[in-house]
Ligand binder design. Structure first.
Ligand SMILES: [Zn+2]
Ligand SMILES: [Zn+2]
Length: 266
């Protein structure tokens, strides 16, 4: 059992220390975790910084945590990089400056607009709210390679004020497929983000059918992450994520060491 998406107090919205995350993971019976704090640099509109303040300290703390827990839990040095088109070069520089085990590339902003807030949806109907987001992912990842998996692909659902329907994952299907094909061609993976299970749709991010499309298009690299910001959600619904992966045709999940994938049979 693995959890490859966890935020500690190095994230502005993180509520658990690295030690607390590790101790909770052990209690929950996890064998391996990746701590992946937020690095969203150069946010527009003078928004409060949403990033690790001192990367050297963060990385050193990851290594000492890894060493301290080595007999009980595998701890991987990770980061969740929030991409924008004017930060890609700096993202690459930061990723290459440290020996990360695992990097999640996430898209949290659409041309500077944040779907976490209602205003994003006010100027877009339901379809456009999704397709603008997917097109942004496609555009950002086209020339960017310093990552292992794409984070929470359809996470817009978490914040959407539009009523959820069972066909919502079909919105923008062609663009989603382009994203998935691009990931396959680049040798990159997709994350199953179990925070999606908190939503009333009861689906992970992305929807299990999207996982299936990824598999059918040749996708092999898959990580499972809770996106927990507090101890309550470490390892959240991992068993359900495994069910979705079996449904989608996967027989392996992926762990990473120094950004190299290792496949673990499920
Ligand atoms: Zn994220
Ligand atoms: Zn996250």
């Amino acid at each position: 059992m693995l959890d490859y998406h966890l935020h500690s107090t190095y994230s502005p919205d993180g509520e658990m220390t690295m030690d607390e995350a590790c101790n909770r993971a052990i209690e929950a019976g996890l064998k391996e975790i990746a701590i992946t704090d937020h690095m969203d640099i150069d946010l527009p509109d003078n928004k409060a910084a949403f990033q690790i303040e001192d990367l050297d300290q963060y990385f050193n703390d990851l290594i000492s945590t890894k060493n301290r827990f080595q007999d009980k839990l595998k701890v991987k040095a990770g980061i969740e990089f929030g991409l924008q088109d004017w930060t890609l070069q700096e993202a690459s520089r930061i990723i290459n400056a440290y020996s990360w085990d695992f990097v999640i590339a996430s898209v949290h902003l659409v041309n500077g607009e944040d779907p976490y807030y209602r205003y994003y949806f006010n100027s877009r109907d339901k379809i456009k709210s999704y397709t603008d987001y997917y097109e942004t992912i496609l555009m950002l990842l086209k020339d960017y390679n310093d990552f292992n998996v794409l984070g929470h692909l359809d996470y817009l659902r978490r914040y959407s004020p539009y009523e959820y329907s069972l066909e919502d994952h079909l919105i923008g299907k062609e663009i989603i497929e382009e994203i998935l094909i691009m990931l396959v061609q680049k040798g990159k993976g997709l994350e199953v983000n179990t925070a999606g299970f908190k939503h009333y749709s009861g689906q992970p991010h992305p929807h299990p059918d999207i996982l299936k499309w990824f598999r059918e298009l040749g996708g092999e690299i898959i990580t499972i992450g809770s996106d927990a910001h507090s101890v309550n959600y470490v390892g959240y619904e991992t068993a359900r994520a495994l069910e979705c992966l079996r449904y989608a045709g996967f027989s392996y999940v992926t762990s990473f060491t120094e950004m190299k994938p290792v496949f673990i049979k499920i």
